[in-house]
Write a protein of this length. Structure first.
Length: 188
């Protein structure tokens, strides 16, 4: 009988924080994207539409409780966030077609900063680039910005932020926290 004394590798998950996109809005955006009749790139499944706040990367499963505890203590805007997605753009380096915001709400930028600061003690530092709110429509997209008969005019309204796991091309929500302060209920 042989015995392998090597330790099992620690399980990891690919994680990120994001604002979810409501099902009805995902369908509306997907229909709008389909009307562009794109022949280049891979469409992101509509159920994966979201607005990334902070990418964490490959994280040991045992770190998830500490990440969730830090997220629970983030100072939130105190109300739902509404993010305009009113500009179609291509990020050539990343080869993605996306919806972006002409002007990101200050409350969103402040919230992202608060989230980044809350995770610093755990050793998480987001990429050294400036945060840019966006919703990815296509991957492996290598064409110019397509023309649209109907300009994008979407408003992502989020009442919560979530921790997502990316696994085999699908995103699964692991946890969520409200963006609005919960009203205290007083019982007599």
């Amino acid at each position: 009988m042989s015995y392998d004394s090597r330790e099992q590798p620690e399980p990891f998950k690919h994680l990120f924080f994001a604002l979810p996109c409501a099902p009805a809005q995902r369908r509306t955006i997907a229909r709008w994207r389909n009307a562009l009749e794109l022949r280049n790139g891979r469409p992101v499944p509509a159920e994966n539409f979201h607005l990334t706040l902070m990418f964490l990367g490959s994280i040991a499963v045992m770190q998830i409780p500490a990440i969730c505890a830090a997220a629970a203590n983030v100072r939130t805007p105190g109300e739902p966030l509404t993010v305009p997605l009113n500009r179609l753009d291509v990020w050539r380096r990343s080869a993605v077609l996306l919806l972006a915001s002409e002007q990101e709400p200050l409350a969103l930028r402040q919230f992202v900063y608060a989230l980044q600061q809350a995770l610093l003690p755990l050793g998480f530092v987001d990429a050294p680039r400036e945060f840019r709110a966006h919703l990815t429509l296509m991957r492996d997209y290598r064409e110019p910005v397509p023309e649209s008969n109907t300009p994008p005019c979407f408003h992502l309204r989020a009442e919560r932020f979530c921790l997502f796991e990316s696994h085999q091309g699908r995103y699964r929500q692991l946890a969520e926290w409200p963006l609005a302060r919960q009203a205290l209920k007083y019982k007599r």
